[in-house]
Design a protein. Structure first.
Length: 560
């Protein structure tokens, strides 16, 4: 007899136990994962199978990098006021139990830790004022082996919200293009394609119309005329440029300039590419604007160059070693006084220092410096990591004000903005690095990379209002999970260290590096789509951006 599925909407919470071949746990797998069951009774993972809630690291230990804490034995609860609570065991990477914690949420996306001293933290999970846990069931997600999960019934509106916020956003339809003209009209402006997405968002996609057919329309003569066109959907290649990591693209005076870390020369030089379009960058003009010195200062590796207009001049921010050893890289700035493609136009590299002339980090490294300009104020943001021999602290994001006319000095004290706290940015190295700002709809979206530079490298978001005091860490909201990771696009392992620019249509584009099927770090690019709530989505490859069935459109023009 066929087993009947329940038809109620439900969410399942579970912690994964995925293992690497050498039996170590994958840290980011030990988190709260969610799956949804709809009316068809089928379980579907949310957030591409990536966790949505992670435990905070314990920084009270003697280890300067802190202790990574993982989640296990997750339970969901429905509170009397409608909120949802989550409890989980806290364990170390070696499986040592460190207690149990509880969080509360109204939407299963944003969570707040419940303190133990308020009386609301459950000492006994099934008695007192705390509700009983949702039942545990063994559920089947796709073709994977059944897993044990805490299954909680939810409302249809809660189900719809989770589908839109944590489901795979992709194009699902496109509006027909139908235009009616009077016989007195002698021309027509054909509109872009309105594409619609699974979360309720839309995108206006420009169309390359057939100009010959459009020109042949006999305006003034009643009838129905059809003009074919192709929506402009960019596929920049997988990868776009092999061997260029940490890619940064700047649109300047109508030309696109790309610079990055050179994987082919072990980062011993900085190569600049120039082209009239993003598509032409792979074969664009090339020039080497910096060579590592044979020894001493600026020898060895030169990492993560960025091009910014600071104080009215084009500057190149990058990191170079003081000794040739990567453990001594420090942030630098060069200034261009002419044609960026002429190496002679670039000044000597200067070390960026504190306001008082002392090093940014005298006991470690500084790298991945970027420039932020918002509400008339200028900032540097960079990664700073203490290193004492073979003892490493965390790589933290720092921010400080600058005077654009003096780009080699800070104009105030550095502020700790963000440090690797969760399992997803502590995978095989406790690292936050590679910040870069995207400005959209009054907000600053600061992307940053987390974890070791490996297949598990990934991107996170810090979000603030453009008018906020960006030196105040409380002005920033950190998204609790990676927004671009190895799970998002097949074959792209370890995506991270990115930049943003605009294409010729004014659309935002992300450039980032990834390891094609685990190979050499290489440059990728993708058009950004904005979700229904305004959040930038970095995961829409060409097929998600516009389904192949809508790649050829026809404008139906009726003249009456």
């Amino acid at each position: 007899m066929r087993k009947e599925h329940k038809t109620a909407y439900a969410v399942a919470g579970y912690s994964s136990r995925t293992r690497l071949p050498d039996a170590r746990s994958i840290p980011d797998e030990h988190s709260l994962h969610l799956a949804l069951r709809g009316k068809n009774g089928v379980w579907q993972p949310l957030n591409f199978g990536i966790g949505v809630l992670f435990a905070e690291a314990d920084f009270r230990t003697k280890d300067p990098a802190g202790l990574t804490i993982l989640l296990d034995q997750v339970d969901l609860y429905r509170c009397p006021d409608g909120r949802i609570a989550v409890t989980a065991d806290l364990i170390t990477e070696k499986g040592v139990l460190r207690g149990r914690a509880a969080w509360q949420t109204t939407d299963l996306v944003h969570y707040s830790l419940m303190p133990r001293d308020t009386g609301s933290f459950p000492s006994d999970m099934s008695v007192g004022t705390f509700p009983s846990a949702a039942p545990r069931e063994r559920i089947q997600i796709g073709n994977n082996s059944p897993i044990e999960a805490s299954v909680l019934e939810i409302t249809e509106s809660e189900y719809d919200f989770l589908v839109k916020k944590l489901g795979e956003v992709r194009n699902v339809s496109a509006d027909p293009i139908e235009i009616t003209l009077s016989r007195e009209e002698t021309e027509v402006d054909l509109p872009p394609l309105t594409a619609r997405y699974s979360d309720g968002s839309t995108e206006e996609i420009p169309i390359d119309w057939d100009g010959d057919v459009l020109a042949s329309i006999p305006f003034g003569r009643p009838g129905v005329y059809c003009v074919p066109g192709k929506p402009v959907v960019k596929d920049y290649g997988s990868p776009m440029i092999p061997g260029v990591a940490d890619p940064m693209v700047r649109l300047l005076n109508g030309k696109y300039y790309l610079i990055g870390t050179n994987e082919f020369t072990d980062a011993h030089d900085l190569w600049l590419r120039c082209a009239d379009s993003i598509d032409a960058l792979p074969d664009g003009e090339r020039a080497c604007i910096f060579h590592a010195t044979p020894s001493g200062d600026c020898s060895g590796c030169n990492w993560a160059p960025e091009l910014h207009v600071i104080g009215g001049k084009l500057r190149c921010l990058f990191a170079a070693s003081t000794t040739g050893d990567w453990k001594h890289v420090q942030s630098r700035v060069m200034t261009c006084e002419g044609d960026p493609m002429d190496p002679a136009s670039w000044s000597e590299a200067e070390r960026v220092l504190r306001a008082d002339g002392t090093p940014l980090n005298p006991d470690g490294i500084t790298l991945d410096m970027t420039y932020i300009e918002a509400a008339g104020r200028s900032y540097y943001c960079w990664a700073s990591r203490p290193i004492d021999g073979n003892v490493y602290g965390t790589s933290d994001l720092m921010i400080a004000p600058i005077d654009p006319q003096q780009p080699n000095r800070l104009a105030g004290e550095p502020v700790l903005l963000c440090r690797p706290t969760y399992a997803w940015d502590r995978q095989f190295a406790e690292v936050n690095e590679g910040p870069f700002a995207l400005y959209h709809d009054g907000k600053v979206y600061l992307s940053f990379s987390g974890s070791a530079v490996s297949d598990y490298y990934c991107l996170g978001w810090l979000i603030a209002d453009e008018t906020a005091d960006l030196l105040d860490p409380n002005a920033w909201e950190e998204v609790g999970y990676p927004v671009l990771a190895r799970e998002h696009v097949a074959g792209e392992r370890g995506p991270g260290h990115n930049s943003f620019t605009k294409d010729e249509y004014g659309r935002d584009v992300i450039f980032y590096h990834a390891k094609p099927n685990g190979g050499m770090r290489s440059t990728y690019a993708r058009t950004i789509h904005y979700a229904a709530d305004g959040t930038p989505l970095l995961t829409l490859n060409p097929d998600r951006f516009l389904s192949p069935e809508f790649r050829h459109v026809t404008a139906r023009i009726t003249i009456v």
